[in-house]
Design a protein around this ligand. Structure first.
Ligand code: GTP
Ligand code: SPV
Ligand code: MN
Length: 592
């Protein structure tokens, strides 16, 4: 039975039902009972495998089709009336054509199946800053994941009332035919359509589709920012708290940084890290002229490989109950899960992520295998997690995977310079999206796959926001991934990243510590990064803090080419001024 009298919702549900012709329609009310029923149904049908109730209570394993294991950027479209508004970085389809294409694919595709209606809220239900969506889907896996990742249920419909508007999210699994897979966004209609996939980022439509692509467009028009950023809180020994947001591309360390456990000496002094969010931040200018950030999600859709007791204890703890694992390996001896990096050796009697006995060739878990874990499970989840106003930002960090060139950390000279640094980011591709991994590509502000409009307008929007700030956060860039001649990471990373966070926060506020000015910005004096009790030599530290002017002359040329050839028009003058300054600095310092 319909759970609302909202005409627009009822019309949307009816239209979808007429098109897809499901046998049954189920409204998701968010009750524990209903969720329990769906889980047992999914176990019966084989869509979920129940894991060891004693070791992993209420946890399940799900395997996707082998052709459906990551986001598909080349099949993701921004469908605006004018092609130019989508920008050159996005793929574009004419909205009329896109609606027609998707309708034909989805027509009658739910025959013999159940259609679920999921009312959900990105952000605390009823908060001024939250957004309501309705996702239609024929996948129980999607319902159960959305129930972890977002706030789901009748309260969202009550919030809408009879007339409230919402994001229309339509998903049909169809035959998971990769050639007919489309992830379509209609920002001008507040609508998302996803067909022929059943993998995370393509189908949990509240996440990348709504909370980034659609939200970035709304943010542009409403004067706020939707960003691919973690949010963390740092508590100092004296009890003071500061907050940082950081944008790294997919599978480049957001979840890990958001939950880091500081090295022993920091813990002993009373430092503490709390996680407000691990993937998405919605950011607004507060009345006090500072930036305030909320995490619109309610759970973590985290990368499994590499997660272990030492690298990310908090994430691992979060997966101990009420978690859905996707494409990890199954230990048939005790019905627990395993992935590369969980322990040093793979236990015997494993089924790999496709369900076949694992013989040691290839990986047991898919490189983009994931866990969907409720945020409340995380031992370091912030008390501000459900704060409606969010948390004030002292610093914004950009970063990526760079084997060379980019130092461990450097600081922008101004807001505009920080926006320039974000706009010029490059990073090596990862398994989070289909395609080759390890290829260096531009990924401005980690938003290349997620900006719902023209990238040049997006940069301009950042510049505009900066003009409204009385107390802008300091902006930094980090790189945990510099490599030595043997291709090994020089910086140990993970918990030791706290040492960089400490420097960053010492550069914020009224009495910043000193730093070295280089052609690219401010770099720490080697003595100011605490490497006590750490497996890193002073020389290695100096190496990863170094700025090679020749490499940066090339980098600047590359940025210029990217601006001109890929982003094209609409890049604000402020960014060109920063580019010119970078070129000048590299040249001057070289001659001087
Ligand atoms: P998405 O969920 O795809 O947006 O990824 P993410 O940015 O949250 O990345 P995540 O923290 O899950 O890390 C991805 C991979 O990078 C994992 O395999 C981690 O083990 C690895 N990683 C994270 N932090 C560090 C670090 O400081 N150093 C090194 N060397 N690897 C890291
Ligand atoms: C990412 O790829 O950045 C993710 C996973 O966080 S997905 O939800 O698939 O986008
Ligand atoms: Mn992400």
């Amino acid at each position: 039975m319909a759970l609302t009298k909202n005409k627009e919702v009822l019309e949307f549900v009816n239209t979808c039902a007429e098109l897809t012709q499901p046998d049954k329609i189920i409204w998701i009310d968010g009750s524990a009972n209903q969720i329990k029923q769906l889980k047992s149904e999914a176990v019966k049908s084989g869509e979920l495998i129940k894991l060891n109730e004693h070791l992993l209570p209420d946890c399940y394993l799900h395997r996707t089709a082998v052709n459906d294991v990551a986001r598909v950027e080349d099949r993701t479209f921004i469908c605006t009336a004018n092609k130019e508004d989508a920008g050159n970085v996005n793929f574009w389809l004419d909205p009329k054509l896109a609606y027609h294409l998707a309708s034909e694919i989805a027509r009658a595709s739910m025959k013999g199946r159940t259609m679920y209606v999921i009312p959900f809220s990105m952000g605390v239900v009823g908060s001024e800053f939250s957004k309501i969506g309705i996702e239609i889907t024929d996948s129980i896996y999607v319902v159960l994941n959305m129930n972890i990742m977002t706030r789901v249920g009748k309260s969202c419909l009550d919030r809408l009332g009879k007339t409230g508007s919402f994001t229309k999210c339509f998903h049909a699994k169809c035959n998971v035919d990769a050639d007919k897979r489309y992830i379509l966004h209609f920002p001008e209609d507040n609508t998302i359509i996803s067909v022929n996939s059943a993998y995370g980022g393509n189908v949990l439509l509240g996440k990348k589709c709504l909370a980034l692509r659609i939200a970035s467009y709304l943010g542009k028009n409403e004067g706020w920012l939707a960003e691919h950023m973690l949010i963390l809180g740092v508590t100092f020994p004296d009890g003071e708290k500061k907050y940082i947001a950081a944008a790294f591309p997919s599978a480049c360390g957001k979840t890990n940084l958001a939950m880091l456990i500081p090295p022993k000496s920091y813990l002993e002094r009373g430092y503490k890290i709390e996680c407000v969010g691990d993937d998405i931040a919605w950011i607004r200018v507060g009345e006090d002229g500072r930036l305030w950030a909320v995490n619109p999600e309610n759970g973590f859709f985290g990368v499994a490989p590499g997660t272990n007791e030492r690298s990310n204890f908090n994430a691992l703890q979060a997966t101990k109950r009420g978690t859905i694992f996707t494409n990890v390996a199954l230990n048939t001896d005790d019905m627990t899960v395993w992935w590369e990096g969980l322990s040093e050796h793979c236990p015997p009697n494993m089924l790999d992520w496709t369900g076949k006995p694992y013989d040691g060739s290839g990986t047991a878990a898919h490189p983009n295998s994931r866990f969907t874990a409720p945020a409340v499970n995380c031992p370091c989840v912030s008390p501000d997690f459900n704060s409606e106003t969010g948390v004030p930002l002292s610093a914004i960090i950009f970063g990526g995977r760079r084997a060379t060139t980019t130092p461990l950390v450097y600081q922008a000279k101004s807001w505009e310079h920080g926006v320039f640094i974000g706009s010029a980011m490059s990073s090596e591709t990862t398994a989070a999206a289909s395609g080759q991994t390890g290829v260096l590509r531009h990924d401005p502000m980690a938003m290349k796959p997620f900006a719902g409009y023209h990238m040049g307008d997006y940069f301009a929007h950042w510049i505009e926001i900066g003009k409204q700030l009385k107390k802008p956060p300091e902006i930094f860039n980090v790189n945990w991934f510099r490599q030595d001649a043997d291709g090994k990471f020089i910086w140990p990373g993970f918990g030791d990243n706290m040492r960089v966070i400490e420097w960053i926060l010492k550069r914020c506020g009224d009495n910043p510590i000193g730093a070295e000015e280089t052609p690219i910005g401010f770099v720490p004096k080697p003595d100011d990064i605490n490497i006590e009790d750490m497996n890193l030599s002073v020389d290695a530290l100096k190496e990863i803090l170094s700025v090679d002017k020749d490499k940066w002359i090339k980098e600047a040329e590359e940025i210029e080419k990217y601006y001109a050839e890929t982003i094209g028009s609409r890049i604000p003058d402020e960014l060109y001024a920063c580019l010119e300054e970078l070129k000048r600095n590299c040249k001057n310092k070289k001659e001087g």
